[in-house]
Design a protein. Structure first.
Length: 209
């Protein structure tokens, strides 16, 4: 079963409180999401492998650590996932960015891929799928399916908040994908919204609510 990590750092939890607040304005909401993404990136990259190299300081030669192994790729699910990308790039500016667009089919009610654009070396990268909300899990599962169909195997999922139903669905569909959250909420309501949640993340990031 995949690893579930709740990023409970006090700064993340403090900022998440203001993200949840319905009175937080679009500008502040966007900045807070960006900041939390940066803080979560610190946690999601914790297990990156390191190599030891020699470096010359102004005083002496010494051994020091550098990141080795797979480079990182960020794959936001359009459109809300875009709001977290810049925050992660502040810590890993060398990461390449792809995009996945999904819409809900009115007949099947299932997410359907309408757009995908990935770095040419995506299968060789550690990919982080980004979506602020993990509700039913349908979009995340569809995005991960799309990546695996294109021979991408090293995948993590980053979300601000999730419902237990969504976490369970992703873990059952993709037991090899670790999930990183700022908070695991109570449940989904009858309309499929996360409770207590934060509303529609895309609308609040882009000011379209």
């Amino acid at each position: 079963m995949s690893k579930l990590v709740i990023c409970d750092h006090p700064l993340i939890q403090h900022k998440l409180t203001y993200i949840r607040n319905k009175d937080t304005k679009t500008k502040d909401f966007r900045e807070l999401v960006d900041e939390v993404a940066t803080l979560m990136a610190y946690e999601i990259t914790r297990d990156l492998p390191l190599d030891t190299i020699k470096v010359q300081t102004p005083v002496a030669e010494t051994e020091a650590k550098v990141i080795s192994g797979r480079m990182i790729g960020l794959v936001p699910i359009l459109r809300a996932g875009l709001g977290m990308v810049e925050g992660i790039l502040k810590l890993v500016p060398a990461a390449k960015v792809g995009h996945i667009g999904l819409f809900r089919d009115h007949e099947t009610l299932q997410p359907t891929e309408y757009y995908i654009n990935l770095p040419t070396d995506a299968p060789n990268r550690q990919l982080i799928v980004i979506d602020p909300m993990l509700a039913t899990g349908g979009s995340a599962i569809a995005a991960i399916n799309a990546l695996k169909k294109r021979e991408c195997e090293h995948i993590k999922l980053m979300c601000l908040i999730a419902a237990p139903e969504g976490v369970k669905a992703v873990q059952e569909a993709h037991p090899d994908v670790d999930i990183y959250l700022a908070a695991l909420d109570e449940r989904l309501n009858e309309k499929g919204y996360i409770v207590p949640g934060l509303g529609d993340a895309g609308d609040r990031i882009f000011g379209t609510n």
